[in-house]
Design a protein around this ligand. Structure first.
Ligand code: NCD
Length: 303
């Protein structure tokens, strides 16, 4: 999971020992505000972000590190500078870690292999978003009292909607399966192709047959900017089949929780009233993201 120089790119090869160490640390969340004093973190976001960008910056600053943001608009990439030249330029200024989000599936891995300082993938195309999955695992472990062993055996987790477009789903599938959960992917064939069974999960097309059988319902945003509109056919039919609406939420088990990585399309994949209900852990996910990113940065900056 961690490379030798401290990159965190993917949850594909999640190392349970390393995952549990991070989750324990994030759960405890006790740290000194000078733990990483003098360290410098560059936040390079070549795709829009609210939660991830601010939480990496907040996590770095809360440890006493300096955090600097670069976003694509306003950078020299608009003058034609390549991604690699941009990252090399930043690295040459002397940073201890680079956090990067990019629209290309392989950008994080490729760039990490060409620089000396550690790189944390803050979302690569449709493939991986490892710190989102770690933050989500933190919230699930805390909701179901699994904070001793961080073992998710016997938990059933549904991930619902635009799985093919979602790097959040990609990292969550890998991590949750590794932690022992049963992961059920729910959605139409165009969004949840059969090939996902090779990742160790079960596929269900009928949301109503799953909703009362799971502990966690993790909803995904329909990623219209990645062409998901064409995958759903009619918006009305999608809403009928796959929206987490109030009647479905009422059928959930007494202790079952609702998750969504954000940003939400209220009224598309989720009814806003469900997102704001007592079952929802959506805001807890945001806080979990900060705690986990603090643990990740601390691990890297301490190395
Ligand atoms: C997501 C992302 O950008 O990958 N949000 C997040 O980081 N919490 C999900 C999305 O864009 O739908």
């Amino acid at each position: 999971m961690w490379t030798a120089k401290g990159d965190l790119i993917s949850m594909e090869n999640a190392d349970l020992g390393a995952v549990r160490a991070l989750l324990r640390e994030a759960h405890k969340d006790s740290y000194s505000s000078s733990a990483c004093a003098g360290k410098r973190v560059a936040n390079l976001f070549f795709e829009d972000s609210t939660r991830t960008r601010v939480s990496f910056a907040l996590a770095a600053r809360s440890l006493g590190a300096m955090s600097i943001d670069l976003v694509e608009s306003g950078s020299s990439m608009s003058k034609g500078e390549s991604l690699l030249d941009t990252v090399w330029t930043i690295e040459s200024m002397g940073f201890d870690a680079i956090v990067m989000r990019h629209t290309d599936d392989d950008a994080a891995r490729e760039i990490a292999g060409k620089i000396e300082c550690p790189l944390v993938n803050a979302g690569s195309g449709t493939m991986q978003h490892p710190t989102q999955a770690l933050g989500d695992a933190l919230v699930i472990g805390e909701a179901f009292g699994r904070t001793d062993g961080w073992d998710f055996g016997s938990l059933r987790i549904a991930i619902v909607g635009d799985v093919v477009s979602s790097r959040v789903a990609g990292s969550n599938i890998d991590l949750l399966v590794a932690m022992g959960a049963e992961v059920v992917l729910v959605g139409p064939e165009a969004m949840v192709p059969e090939s996902f069974t090779a990742r160790g999960c079960v596929i269900e097309r009928d949301f109503d047959s799953v909703i009362d059988q799971v502990d966690v319902v993790m909803m995904l945003r329909v990623q219209f900017e990645r062409g998901a509109g064409a995958l759903i056919g009619s918006r009305e039919a999608y809403i009928r089949g796959y929206q987490l609406d109030q009647p479905r939420a009422k059928r959930m088990g007494a202790d079952a929780i609702v998750m969504h990585p954000g940003p939400m399309n209220r009224g598309v994949e989720i009814d806003g009233r469900v997102a704001d209900s007592g079952r929802s852990r959506i805001r807890a996910q945001v806080g979990g993201g900060v705690r986990v990113r603090r643990a990740v940065l601390r691990y890297i900056l301490d190395k």
